[in-house]
Design a protein around this ligand. Structure first.
Ligand SMILES: Cc1cc2nc3c(=O)[nH]c(=O)nc-3n(C[C@H](O)[C@H](O)[C@H](O)COP(=O)(O)OP(=O)(O)OC[C@H]3O[C@@H](n4cnc5c(N)ncnc54)[C@H](O)[C@@H]3O)c2cc1C
Length: 272
């Protein structure tokens, strides 16, 4: 199928973009088009106006700040995966970005698009939630920063207002000695994860993020490196409540949560 007819806009500044967002009826932003394109082709969404973000200069920058990396909304997944700064300061983010879809998707898809799209199984929302990132958004009331735990509300629903766009995300830098693991299970290479687990070990404390199990990323931060990985995995399994779906039974996701958490924790601990 092909998309329903729409008018196309390519603003050159953030101010013009925000102006278009408040004045146009039934408008949608497009960045990499890797999620919106298929949805428009299938006519699951039919925007009357399409606002292309790709001419906004500077929105793809990856910059080192005091204790965080600021990554622009237009940074492509491949740029995040291959950035020396991201590999050095947010290795979990670089590793997870490298597992998104296929190369063609990673070369077009953007950080801002993935965060705004908020697929519960997507890598970047999971890593943002696990690392305690902040999402920087801009709208007619100006800029605001939203903690990832408040940004992801439910399946494909975020705290973003209709007049706002994601401009960047701030990811805390890893400390010396931190360990991480990213594991996911998909039916085929390049498919969305059925369940994904992100783990960070910092000062003998474990932070665990679970994607794909519920309608948004879940984060657990009360575990310590002294606990048995199997016991942690069991507790996380008992805490998640996957919804039943015809293609993937809830029990199957529960099993995956337990297996992947155990392996991710063990990987963090054995690399100490
Ligand atoms: C075959 C295939 C496999 C894929 N596999 C994976 C996978 O394994 N893991 C994964 O995470 N993703 C996967 N994706 C999706 C891909 O990562 C997308 O790039 C991403 O979800 C959306 O980014 P985008 O830049 O393409 O956004 P778009 O498709 O352009 O937009 C997506 C949504 O975000 C909104 N939006 C875009 N940018 C902004 C912004 N700056 N501010 C506010 N709203 C914005 C749009 O209005 C739209 O609603 C896959 C896609 C395909 C086609």
């Amino acid at each position: 199928m092909k998309p329903a007819p729409f008018r196309y806009h390519r603003p050159r500044s953030l101010a013009d973009t925000l102006q278009l967002l408040v004045t146009l009826e039934n408008a949608k932003l497009i960045a990499g088009g890797q999620s919106l394109g298929p949805m428009m082709n299938m006519r699951l969404v039919q925007p009357a106006e399409l606002i292309d973000l790709n001419a906004l200069a500077g929105l793809d920058l990856i910059a080192e700040k005091d204790d965080f990396l600021e990554i622009g909304a237009l940074a492509r997944h491949h740029a995040v995966e291959s950035s020396t700064l991201v590999k050095k300061h947010c290795p979990l983010l670089a590793e997870a970005a490298g597992t998104i879809g296929h190369y063609a998707i990673r070369s077009r898809g953007t950080l801002g698009g993935s965060l705004a799209h908020a697929d519960p199984a997507a890598q970047l929302p999971l890593v943002a939630a696990t690392l305690g990132a902040e999402i920087v958004v801009n709208g007619k009331r100006g800029e605001r920063r939203i903690a990832a735990k408040d940004f992801f509300v439910s399946m494909m629903t975020t705290a973003l207002e209709a007049d706002e766009i994601v401009v960047s995300a701030r990811f805390p830098k890893a400390a010396a000695g931190d360990r991480h693991a990213y594991l996911q299970f998909s039916r085929r290479t390049g498919d969305f994860a059925i369940v994904a687990v992100a783990a960070v070990l910092h000062s003998r404390k474990l932070r665990l993020g679970i994607g794909g199990a519920e309608d948004k990323p879940l984060v657990f931060e009360d575990f310590s490196a002294h606990e048995d990985p199997q016991a942690i995995a069991r507790k996380v399994r008992e805490a998640v409540q996957p919804t039943e779906s015809p293609r993937v039974p809830a029990l199957y996701r529960e099993e995956l949560v337990e297996v992947l958490v155990k392996r991710a924790v063990a990987r963090c601990l054995t690399s100490i």
